[in-house]
Design a protein around this ligand. Structure first.
Ligand SMILES: [Zn+2]
Length: 228
């Protein structure tokens, strides 16, 4: 692993995709022995993260052919690629099969695009009712929100603009995970940092939030490095 000494206050440990590279940023005054201990105590967390990246690597090589598995709201679907004229579209046939309609002769990348567009539409449709519900509960107002692909975060919140971003990948997770990330980002409008006060708000609004966090952490993109 890479150890970098810097003029910082706290030791910071990160595991990064795609290889699962481990990097520790260490304050200047901390001894090598203390660094070693800090890493050892987080070893199982590091292993878990690395396992997840390995799995993500395997997951990312998609061919978009019939029989392949793709996820939607925590449910695994077998895709069924159907060549047809007209714009590409996706339709859930039942609880296990997802029909992906594409123009004849499309390649994997184009098929992937059809699915991604559908994912984005679905996720965008899920968010407004959740926002409405949680704005009333938490007592904050989100001025703007959007969906985008993010490599390292499940969501983010610009406190000044009161703008929330959600990771498109959330559409593949159980709906409660999306709700948890949304609540987390909205709580940042009450408390910027991941501190005790932040956790108290989370406990108050969503007592089971740790379960949802763990569910998300079983999969690649943690909301942030410590998985709050
Ligand atoms: Zn956060």
């Amino acid at each position: 692993m890479e150890v970098v000494r810097k003029d910082i206050k706290n030791l910071h440990l990160g595991v990064y995709p795609p290889s699962g590279r481990v990097r520790v940023a260490v304050p200047l005054h901390i001894s090598d022995e203390a660094v070693r201990l800090a890493v050892i105590t987080r070893l199982s967390w590091i292993r878990r993260k690395r396992a997840v990246f390995r799995q993500q690597e395997r997951q990312s090589a998609r061919e978009m052919v019939t029989g392949e598995s793709h996820y939607y709201l925590g449910q695994r679907y077998r895709i069924n690629v159907i060549e047809a004229d007209g714009p590409g579209r996706v339709k859930l046939r039942n609880r296990t099969t997802m029909d992906v309609f594409v123009r004849p002769g499309t390649n994997a990348q184009q098929r992937e695009k059809v699915l991604q567009r559908w994912y984005r539409e679905r996720l965008k449709a899920l968010i407004p009712p959740l926002l409405e519900k949680w704005q009333a509960v938490i007592g904050v107002e989100v001025a703007d929100w959007g969906v985008k692909r993010m490599k390292t975060k499940w969501g983010s919140c610009n406190i000044v603009a009161r703008r929330v971003w959600l990771n498109l990948e959330l559409v593949k997770k159980p709906a409660i995970c999306l709700e948890y990330i949304l609540v987390h980002e909205m709580v940042h409008l009450l408390e910027r940092h991941h501190n005790e006060r932040f956790r108290e708000y989370m406990d108050q609004f969503m007592p089971q939030w740790r379960l949802h966090r763990d569910e998300l952490n079983r999969t690649p993109r943690a909301h942030d490095e410590w998985g709050y």
